[in-house]
Design a protein around this ligand. Structure first.
Ligand SMILES: N[C@@H](CCC(=O)N[C@@H](CSC=O)C(=O)NCC(=O)O)C(=O)O
Length: 287
């Protein structure tokens, strides 16, 4: 692993790492914020999954999460949203919602995507192993009970789905404006058709509304949704997840926030609440 950049921030360090990925068969980057004076072996970790068009940069430069992470002693990990590189296929028309920057946190089964687009394996297997073995971050080990996951939009979908599919790895979860029912909205239908094929039944394994109640979760889920979000009715539809959680007995707080849109201005406004929510579930900290 190589450190591409390292900046002191709130007495801790914001770094970008580059490494060869076995899961994605290409080089991958991730951001890592390490607060001051933390014990790497025991500090809680929050994995952040970004949305369409993002790289590892968006969250670390726009969300303003590091100040609260430094206060809480919480390590932040912000991976890229897809494999990249000359060998990695993109959408034929370079569309923003498929291919590069749009991995959807699934393991693709369809050609040509299946060679590199293995983002579930990357986020839930390879990255935690790297964090634990190469950087000594003990909480990245399955069963530690001290790693959570959060994200935005496509990344909110990823956070919910990977929490349900890996509850012993990601103990807590929260999301901003997540795509909660990808099998029923245009962004998800397009991506899942390409990555997973035409059989819609197979898509359900990556749909938070279908998974809630099927996979064991003891978490209390926090979702924030802006009411001035242009994608609210067409792509997000949080009421579907609210209904599914109610039917399944899944604890959920869904906050509908007046006037907020889909941007990182919205995320920056409430990111502290999400860090505190996850820290509380991981360590009992109250922020
Ligand atoms: N370019 C597209 C929309 C792209 C967009 O809004 N991306 C969001 C995530 S959307 C769901 O995953 C994002 O996080 N962008 C990066 C940022 O820094 O804001 C369009 O114009 O419709």
């Amino acid at each position: 692993m190589q450190i591409l950049s390292d900046h002191k921030m709130f007495e801790g360090h914001q770094r970008i790492y580059l490494h060869e990925s076995e899961a994605c068969r290409t080089e991958m980057r991730f951001g890592l914020y390490v607060p001051p004076d933390v014990d790497a072996a025991t500090a809680p970790i929050l994995i952040w999954l970004s949305g369409l068009t993002c790289t590892e940069q968006n969250f670390i430069t726009k969300a303003g999460a590091q100040r609260k992470a430094a206060e809480l002693g919480m390590i932040l990990v912000a991976p890229d949203t897809s494999p990249r590189g000359d060998a990695v296929p993109d959408a034929p028309d370079a569309a923003y919602d498929l291919g590069l920057g749009a991995g959807f946190y699934v393991d693709a089964t369809q050609k040509p995507w299946d060679q590199h687009y293995r983002m579930e394996h990357y986020i839930a297997r390879e990255l935690p192993a790297l964090l634990a073995q190469e950087l000594g971050l003990g909480s990245a080990q399955e069963g530690s009970g001290k790693m959570g996951i959060a994200g935005h939009s496509m990344g909110g979908h990823g956070a919910l789905v990977l929490h349900f599919r890996h509850p012993d790895l990601f103990k807590t979860v929260s999301a901003f404006a997540p795509i909660v029912a990808p099998t029923m909205v245009p962004w998800g239908e397009k991506a899942f058709t390409a990555y997973l094929g035409a059989d819609r039944e197979k898509w359900r394994a990556y749909d938070a509304c279908a998974l809630v109640g099927t996979y064991k979760s003891t978490a209390h889920i926090l979702i924030d949704q802006g009411l001035a979000d242009d994608f609210l009715d067409s792509q997000l539809q949080p009421h579907l997840f609210e209904q599914a959680c109610a039917e399944a007995g899944q604890a959920l707080t869904l906050r509908r926030l007046d006037g907020y849109d889909h941007s990182y201005y919205f995320i920056a406004s409430f990111i502290d609440d999400h860090l505190i929510h996850n820290a509380r579930g991981l360590t009992g900290a109250t922020g």
